[in-house]
Design a protein around this ligand. Structure first.
Ligand code: 8BR
Length: 432
């Protein structure tokens, strides 16, 4: 079976036929810092051995180092929120802002979608200051809601300043760091993300975006929600994550009442805080049509359900599909699991399987080309078509769910890996 045949033209046509796509609620400035181990010197702390040894968030400088070293010595991606203004100020003093780039799950999805002929990509950006507005590319199909309705961010910003920053500390395979006199080599290029974002951590859906989406729900076909990983368990004013998620659900319900045809996708992302993650699992999974997540994220969900997270991290497909079947007991009808080398798509009910498969193939080409060049360029998709896949294509049924194991294109020396998951999930969802 030629799973990639004709997929590029199909994807472009499909994008052209689309309606408005909504993306909320997390856009932010990323500060890119390339780790220089020589500047770090010899650290004196105990390296966390497993994920569960890590702090839930960064409250002290030591927590920052623990996250960084864990991520570095395992070659695995990790994101932790910074909970302390002092630590935020210390990182700023020690590393600076790094190179500024547009980030956050919603803005990353926007970046991945605007190069294609989708009619309107509507992204939520709060706070919409000049600095972040300037980082959005000048695309005709990109919009925020300003005081005068739909507009490009650069025409709609309100004030200046960097209120929130997500530092991305990038490290490369072969680098080494010394801890207590012992050298640890980095096995795989990856990144550690430390995020400071008190301004948007309640994921409040503010006006004018809120009223616009409710009033124009009929124009929207897909809405992708993400950003839960920046939420807190209890906010300084006493509100809890459950309160905030209930508020968000009210918004989603209001939009659904206006247009029941809109498909809602939840992108899980790296939700480290237990209570936040559980609230998302318990309150949101059954309210969405679709869910996207990677192997680390699914391993946490599995652990929350009482399973061994290692089976998922070891990519045991049998166990992965079992966990996915359990999550899909409610209304959730589509789960897109992605990892390096393959996607596992689970579908329940009335889906067009051919479209879903082509959408996966298109997402895989886009991710590989973005990994290769740093940004999406449709003209260069053909250069990744020849990369051989390392897994075998497979389809099966289990518990009334259709599973598709889809082998993906993996670029040998990626220029970037940040934001690839968002590209994969959003493209596969809106095209499928
Ligand atoms: P997250 O950002 O959610 O972790 O998703 C990263 C995804 O990017 C992986 O699941 C994998 O599918 C994809 N990816 C990575 Br990482 N490196 C890649 C590469 N070199 N080529 C193609 N895809 C890659």
């Amino acid at each position: 079976m030629k799973i990639y045949d004709g997929v590029i033209d199909w994807g472009i046509k499909r994008a052209r036929d689309s309606k408005m796509i909504g993306l909320g609620f997390h856009s932010v400035i990323d500060g890119l810092v390339k780790i220089d181990p020589k500047k770090i010197g010899n650290l004196d702390l105990a390296i966390p051995q497993k994920f569960s040894d890590l702090p839930d968030s960064i409250k002290f400088i030591d927590d920052f180092w623990k996250g960084l070293i864990f991520s570095f010595s395992n070659g695995s991606a990790l994101q932790l929120m910074i909970d302390s203004k002092e630590v935020y100020e210390w990182i700023m003093k020690t590393f600076g802002t790094g190179t500024l780039r547009l980030g956050g799950t919603s803005a990353n999805m926007a970046k991945g979608l605007i190069p294609f002929p989708f009619e309107k990509i509507l992204v939520y950006v709060y706070p919409l200051k000049k600095e972040i507005a300037n980082l959005f590319s000048n695309s005709k199909n990109l919009f925020v809601v300003g005081n005068n309705g739909l507009d490009h961010p650069i025409n709609a910003y309100d004030g200046e300043g960097i209120d929130a920053i997500h530092w991305i500390f990038e490290f490369s395979q072969g680098q080494s760091i010394t801890v207590k006199g012992q050298t640890y080599a980095c096995p795989r290029s990856n990144r550690f993300i430390a995020s400071w974002n008190p301004a948007n951590s309640k994921l409040e859906v503010r006006d004018p975006f809120r009223s616009y989406v409710i009033d124009h729900a009929k124009d929207i076909s897909h809405f992708l929600v993400s950003g839960f990983h920046i939420m807190q368990e209890v906010y300084p004013d006493g509100e809890t994550v459950e309160d905030r998620i209930d508020e968000l659900l009210k918004f989603i319900q209001t939009v659904k009442d206006k247009n029941s045809e809109i498909r809602f996708h939840l992108e899980f992302a790296s939700i480290r805080r237990d209570r936040v993650r559980r609230a998302v699992e318990e309150k949101l999974f059954s309210m969405f049509d679709s869910l996207g997540l990677n192997e680390v994220e699914l391993s946490w969900v599995a652990r929350d359900m009482g399973y061994d997270e290692k089976d998922i991290l070891n990519l045991d497909v049998e166990r992965i599909s079992q966990i996915i079947s359990e999550i899909m007991r409610g209304d959730l009808s589509r789960v897109h699991f992605h990892t390096l080398g393959f996607y596992l798509l689970a579908l329940k009910g009335d889906y067009d399987l051919e479209s879903q498969k082509k959408a996966l193939a298109f997402a895989s080409l886009a991710a590989a080309q973005r990994a290769m060049d740093g940004e999406i360029n449709l003209e260069r998709f053909k250069y990744v078509l020849d990369i051989p896949e390392k897994y075998d294509y497979k389809e099966w049924e289990r518990d009334g769910i259709h599973f598709i194991l889809f082998p993906t294109k993996v670029v040998p020396s990626p220029k970037i890996t940040v934001g690839l998951g968002d590209t994969i999930s959003s493209l596969a969802f809106v095209l499928g």
